[in-house]
Design a protein around this ligand. Sequence first.
Ligand SMILES: [Zn+2]
Length: 345
Amino acid sequence: MQLPREVIVGKGTLKSVPEVMRRLNISGSALIIAGEKSYEVAGKTVHALLEPTGITVDTLLIETVSDEALAAIEERIKVTKPAVLFAVGGGTKIDATKLSSACQGIPFISVPTTLSHDGIASPLASVKGLDKPYSVMAQAPLAIIADTDVIAKAPWRSVISGCGDVIAKFTAVKDWQLAHAEKGEYYGEYAASLALMSTKLVIQDAELIQPDNEEGLRILLEALVSCGVAMSIAGSSRPCSGSEHLFSHALDMLECNHAMHGEQCGIGSLLTAYLHNANWQQIRDTLKQVGAPTTACELGVRDEDIVEALKMAATVRPERYTILHKLRLNRTACKKVARATEVIS
Ligand SMILES: [Zn+2]
């Protein structure tokens, strides 16, 4: 089980970078991986804070998580031999750093600039271009330094996506319990409880998650970090990814839109909570409260795409047993579910 040793969350926490390096006893050199924007927003501050400490700092800017980007990071690691990598950015920069640092056996520190999904603290990386549409095991961050002043500058839509990804754990845990009951799959009560608690807190405090409300951002941040830790404890994405994530992956495979991961998972959770005979209305109400989409139209996809994605979701990952594998819905049944939950008209 790999867990972060330091989690620093709150207003102005970026300035704790030198202190964290001291506490972790890291010296020598550091490599910052960022995008152009995230370097501007936080990367250059990390750079400026590290330099006076005597640490040699190198920076590599990347845009996507392509094979070329991963190769470029690993090449730079081989040349400059850093003691630690800093992943400064949203999902893609953190995923790329996570994967390449794990391959080279070097720890990394996560410095998220957005809250769009739970990858900021998890040991898993999702990389497009691999044959699997889901995540691969890499490594958990050694430390997470999440500054709400930095995150407040990100587009609000990314926060909405993060909320959707946390709310999605409601059905992920239900699917895990189902797989345990019906297939005898290993079920970790502690990891499941941690993921579920994150969902409950975000549902309970949804009204605080609003622009310019630092407390709401911190609640969401802590929820996302807890989800990452739940995956570390479980040793897989099981507590955080069930039928609703399969629905989101299916939508990605249909290439029908450019909605954000958490927005798709939120709607997925609403649909599959209905199938679990659970309180899907509460999921819908919370999504609405934070301003997340709850219909095909708001997500920017056609009604047919929702039906098709729900139908094909179980085939995306046949080995991950969920309510969709149990029910094996045909097109008519999928349509009925989407209509009953008012995702389609
Ligand atoms: Zn997710």
